[in-house]
Design a protein around this ligand. Structure first.
Ligand code: NAD
Length: 367
């Protein structure tokens, strides 16, 4: 199974929270518990220098609490850099709910979670992530205004996934331009791993452009549905990472670029929606660079969703959302060129630019 989690068996050997690598100077971590609804949640607030910490809520059946904690810390840190590089005045935060979204998610549990979000007085603003729907955000909205991604009928921006998918497609085209000299994806062999809300949109754009798309998912029904709708192939093998392809698009969960997969890759480009694709950023980012694989940083190219929900807070329109999302193409190309010029990984180049923006604001705030 793919999770955003690494080496959880080893985690108990370090200090539980502050000592974790993924803690990385979080401002606040909030543990939420409610016996009546069965709610067990963790909210990570990584950084609020640029604005309130905005990031989705994920519900996942974690094997243990270490996994959940590590996941939320990695995800909220990622949100800090995502908003910073996208030029939004938002900080980074994220929440995880421990449990099976199919069987344990109830309106009562979502409302209770909303009450915890509300208790933070807007320091953390939530949204959708894996295991959540727009309807769940509407339930949270009943008890707190600190939620985005609510239905359009009640003043929200609706499901952010199609915009995220479009942004990923833009980032993928930029990476193709860098690697192949053209951003036209016609006839390019692309494997899309995970064809959920975002993955399906990526498939749609790829098919419209004439790419040769193969899909994988753990949900057989979804595979058949998407195959029928777009005429794409379902992957029949058992080692996707070893396959010859032009582009690998991870659109399921994170950490698929790891010690086990890194030496298998034959792809030329990696560009996908999943958060935290590099199991250990510095290690696996560098190994990809050494292998000549062009990697479009995940937190840069999957920012369409946050651009979309940010519009709810700032009140800008659809045209501006699309303009900002299309700009992911330019930023990605800029970062890949910057990385090449400075002989650093693309991930590091993106992090540097994001961190510079945060540091500049911090200095400004001190004046
Ligand atoms: P989703 O839950 O709708 O889809 C995920 C899909 O991945 C599901 O179809 C699931 O069955 C599949 N999957 C899970 N494990 C798999 C595995 N091992 N192999 C293959 N498929 C597997 O989620 P989504 O909203 O499409 O998000 C996908 C990814 O993009 C997540 O990592 C999410 O954090 C990230 N992301 C989403 C948004 C957004 O706007 N929804 C924004 C930014 C980042």
């Amino acid at each position: 199974m793919v999770t955003d989690v690494i080496n959880t068996n080893e985690l108990h050997k370090v200090d539980p929270v502050f000592g974790q690598l993924s803690f990385d100077n979080h401002e606040q971590v909030v543990f939420c518990n409610d016996k009546d609804t069965g709610l067990k949640a963790i909210i990570g607030i990584h950084n609020t220098v640029l604005g309130p910490a905005l990031g989705g809520t994920r519900m996942w059946n974690y094997t243990n609490e270490w996994e959940a904690l590590n996941d939320v810390l990695r995800l909220s840190r990622g949100m800090t850099y995502k908003s910073a590089i996208t030029g939004l005045n938002l900080g980074g935060g994220k929440a995880v709910l421990i449990g099976d979204a199919k069987t344990q998610k109830t309106p009562e549990l979502m409302r209770k979670f909303g009450e915890f979000v509300h208790s933070l007085s807007g320091k953390y603003i939530t949204a959708e992530d894996v295991g959540m729907t727009t309807a769940d955000m509407d339930t949270v909205r009943e008890v707190t205004p600190y939620v985005t991604g609510i239905s359009e009928s009640i003043g929200g921006s609706g499901n952010p996934s199609p915009i995220t998918g479009y942004g990923v497609f833009m980032g993928m085209k930029a990476a193709a331009k860098f690697r192949f000299g053209t951003d036209v994806l016609e006839d390019k062999v692309v494997f899309v791993q995970g064809i959920g809300n975002v993955g399906e949109t990526v498939v749609e754009h790829l098919v419209n452009e004439g790419a040769k798309v193969t899909i994988t998912d753990i949900n057989q029904e979804r595979l058949e549905e998407v195959k029928k709708k777009y005429g794409v192939s379902i992957y029949e093998g058992n080692d996707l990472y070893s396959e010859e392809m032009d582009i690998y698009a991870p659109c399921a969960l994170g950490a698929t670029i790891n010690d086990d997969t890194i030496n298998k890759f034959k792809t030329k480009v990696i560009a996908g929606a999943a958060n935290n694709q590099l199991a250990v950023e510095a290690v696996h980012g560098k190994l990809l660079q050494d292998k000549g694989i062009v990697y479009a940083p995940d937190f840069l190219i999957n920012a369409g969703g946050i651009i979309n929900v940010y519009a709810e807070l700032e009140g800008y329109d659809r045209k501006e959302i699309m303009r900002k999302t299309e700009n992911i193409y330019n930023t990605t190309l800029e970062i890949l060129n910057n990385a090449k010029a400075n002989n650093i990984t693309a991930n590091q180049a993106a992090l540097n630019i994001a961190q510079n923006r945060i540091d500049a604001r911090k200095a400004e705030n001190k004046r």
